[in-house]
Unconditional design. Structure first.
Length: 332
């Protein structure tokens, strides 16, 4: 299943004025300013995470304005004995930061999460942990905060977590295409961007499974390109074809999404690659052959869950469903 992608068309989502590092500085300055006013001496540090921290964020630039695609995510590290921060306060603080950015001609969705220093010492071996330790930025406060994170090698990262990340990206794409028909041959830029993120995390998930994960998009592209030269016979799809696709997607993520990405085929192929990888990884997790059906495979995976994992799963579902308000759905 090959995919030929060209780069000759103009970019729809491109930074015409402000480069990613400058946008990172602007958003970080606004976040530090507002959080310092709201929380004062309760904070130990403020940490920037995600693609913005890696200077790999996608930005729509203009002459007098700019907009960040995706979220600007921060960890607010509170002092040990600081009073617990209410979620409503965090949401109001996010809104205040976004309003300050708007006044400065920018637009970004800001996400704040509150933690304490001990949070970092117990982080499990997942891609988020690996990336946070490697690429997280302490933009204010105790500069040694991230040193508390345990060191994991790429081969020690959780495969189940990588599979769940892939699941989340598939769900995001399904949500974005809710009112879109791929049969029409064109999609919106929002759908295309979500498909682009799916392509990138297909690479992320696969590289974790084979023990070659890297923290940046460009590093992952280069590693996968190397693996595609000597592909494993049990790879989930044609690695050479996917590697060529990933190279173009990496360029688009960093420099702008071209008009050709709006073609329905781009999104359809993302779905096809994702489904192939989803099934391959599920078989790896279940230690079974690919002869099983999807429903049987899911049952096998469910049986592998511990009691505590099942309890957390049901509790999460109840919380997202409104707790007692969802009682009519409990029988099913």
């Amino acid at each position: 299943m090959g995919l030929t992608l060209k780069s000759s068309t103009p970019a729809l989502l491109a930074a015409e004025l402000l480069p990613a590092p400058r946008v990172r500085e602007i958003i970080s300055e606004a976040t530090v300013g507002v959080c310092s006013e709201v929380f004062r001496d309760r904070l130990e540090a403020i940490i920037l995470t995600g693609s913005l921290a890696r200077d790999e964020a996608t930005i729509i630039g203009g002459t007098n304005s700019w907009s960040l695609m995706g979220d600007a995510d921060f960890l607010l590290v509170f002092r040990k004995h600081a009073p617990k921060t209410d979620d409503a306060v965090l949401r109001n603080t996010e809104a205040a930061i976004e309003a300050r950015l708007k006044q400065a001609g920018g637009a970004a969705v800001v996400g704040l999460a509150s933690v304490v220093g001990s949070y970092f010492q117990s982080l499990p071996g997942r891609s988020f942990t690996y990336e946070l330790k490697t690429c997280g930025r302490v933009i204010w406060g105790n500069q040694s905060t991230l040193d508390r994170i345990p060191s994991y090698s790429a081969g020690e990262l959780s495969k189940e977590d990588a599979w769940r990340t892939l699941c989340h990206r598939i769900i995001e794409l399904l949500i974005s295409t809710e009112n879109t028909s791929l049969c029409e041959g064109r999609v919106t830029s929002a759908v295309a961007y979500t498909a682009l993120k799916l392509y990138l995390d297909i690479a992320t998930s696969y590289l974790i499974f084979v023990g070659h994960y890297q923290t940046t998009y460009e590093e992952r592209e280069q590693v996968l390109k190397g693996l595609s030269k000597f592909p494993s016979p049990d790879a989930p799809f044609d690695l050479k074809a996917f590697s060529a696709c990933l190279s173009r997607c990496t360029e688009w993520k960093l420099r702008g999404l071209p008009a050709e990405a709006l073609a329905g085929g781009f999104t359809e192929r993302a779905i096809a690659y994702a489904l192939q990888l989803w099934f391959w990884e599920a078989c790896q997790l279940g230690s079974v052959d690919s002869e099983y059906s999807v429903s049987t495979l899911l049952k096998l995976l469910a049986r592998r869950q511990t009691i505590s994992q099942r309890v957390r799963g049901w509790a999460s579902l109840l919380r997202r469903s409104g707790w007692i308000k969802s009682w009519r759905n409990w029988p099913r």
